[in-house]
Design a protein around this ligand. Structure first.
Ligand SMILES: Cc1ncc(COP(=O)(O)O)c(C=O)c1O
Length: 417
């Protein structure tokens, strides 16, 4: 384990933004769930694109051809990273939310009134709102219950998936609790009735290796800015699924997958950055092929993040007035994300206090507004959330815990009613 810690510490310098000081404190960035910092190589790739390749695509001149290479080459890289068959399975979008809205609009014109969609109470609103909007088309949207321990109710899934279910839209990992959902189990349920399965893997992909082909999902979404890349959304679609949907687009654009959901000009510079982000991740791994290095890198990253996360979890657990939301057993496999409540102190005051000491953490509902509501914290100002990324250190954990403890002992900030 010591060697792993040394190795990861030596990589922290790859992130120039972490060299900043805030009020004399080094920046400790615990908001990976909101978006990670980027390494120098990603910044270079974005800027190099503008130096050497800036153009629109499919033109008959050099910079346009380079742009084609960037856009298509990155599709291949993402396919390898996610375990997809090839670039034809990978579409780009502004972000996950926009891609999901495009999908839901297409499903809306494809499905019939009375058809059913299943969503969950644990999901980020980006995987609920687009499907709930289809109620206006007469589609029945059913919601699977979230249990008090932060896990989904799989009996409820069983009850809610039936022959009328056309789609199940669920998250892989919660950006509020870090819970990992049993996607393979739900896939089995959907196979029985013929429903499609769409997975929001935005919070899963930064922390675990993924094999979309083995998982057998129909659609999977993620966002590169959560795994050390620029702000861009990615859609994986299996086989002919995207071609079956009446996606909204212009007659001027390619009408088949993966292009038919990509409207207008893409963010080419950001795509160049995504390529560099996956290359960066690959450097943490070992193996004979790019895919094997990516998988081994994600395992290595997870091993490290999990150790740092468990350290935070154990220390926060000892604080009497602090409640961790979601699975309370440290042995439950989770993403390295912890949301908590401190009795009597508003989460906004917690994060302001931490922020003054250069410790970045988010407060509120994190767009996981439904789980925050179900857990009973929405009206109380939500929760405080910390997430672990590859660059977080044990020393930062000590600073975080010391700051939280001092805040509680001094009862800084306005009290809740
Ligand atoms: C689990 C989860 N799903 C979806 C989203 C939305 O992603 P995007 O910002 O790319 O639309 C987020 C963003 O925080 C998220 O954490």
């Amino acid at each position: 384990m010591n060697r792993l810690f040394e190795k990861m510490l030596s990589r922290r310098d790859d992130f120039p933004s972490l060299k900043q000081e805030i009020n004399g404190y080094p920046l400790a960035y615990f908001d990976g769930p909101g978006g990670t910092q980027v390494p120098q190589s990603v910044i270079n790739a974005v800027s190099d694109y503008y130096y050497t390749s800036n153009a629109n695509f499919h033109g008959n001149f050099i910079t346009s051809r380079r742009t084609d290479q960037v856009v298509e080459g990155t599709r291949k890289k993402i396919a390898a990273f996610l375990g997809a068959d090839g670039p034809e399975n990978i579409s780009y979008g502004h972000n996950m939310t926009t891609l999901n809205f495009s999908l839901s609009r297409a499903f809306g014109s494809w499905l019939n009134p009375g058809d059913e969609i299943v969503i969950t109470q644990l999901d980020h609103e980006a995987n609920r709102g687009p499907w709930l909007a289809l109620r206006e088309n007469g589609i029945v949207v059913r919601e699977v219950a979230l249990l008090p321990d932060g896990l989904l109710d799989y009996n409820d899934f069983e009850n809610k998936i039936n022959e009328k279910t056309r789609l199940v839209a669920m998250g892989y990992s919660s950006n509020v609790t870090g819970t990992i959902n049993n996607v393979p189990l739900v896939r089995k349920m959907t196979y029985k009735t013929g429903a499609m399965l769409l997975v929001d893997a935005v919070h899963y992909v930064p922390h675990f290796p993924l094999d979309v082909t083995a998982l057998g999902v129909d659609f999977l979404l993620c966002s590169a800015y959560k795994f050390y890349g620029p702000h861009i959304g990615i859609l994986y679609s299996n086989g002919e699924n995207l071609n079956r949907l009446p996606t909204f687009n212009l007659r001027t654009q390619l009408q088949h997958a993966p292009y038919c959901i990509e409207t207008g000009t893409l963010n080419h510079a950001a795509i160049a950055g995504v390529n560099a982000a996956i290359d960066y991740i690959e450097t943490f791994g070992e193996g004979d092929s790019a895919r094997s290095r990516m998988v081994s890198a994600m395992k290595e990253i997870n091993r490290y993040e999990d150790a740092v996360y468990k350290n935070i979890f154990k220390k926060l657990k000892t604080i009497e007035t602090l409640t961790i939301i979601g699975p309370s057993d440290i042995k439950v496999k989770k993403a390295p994300t912890i949301s908590f409540d401190i009795a009597g102190i508003n989460p906004s005051d917690v994060c302001n206090y931490l922020g003054e000491q250069g410790i970045c953490a988010w407060n509120g509902h994190f767009y996981g507004i439904r789980p925050t509501e179900i857990f009973g914290y929405l009206e109380k100002g939500g929760l405080t959330r910390v997430g672990v990324s590859v660059y977080n250190t044990m020393e930062e954990v000590d600073r975080l815990i010391a700051a939280v403890t001092t805040l509680i002992s001094g009862r800084q900030g306005p009290l809740r009613d």
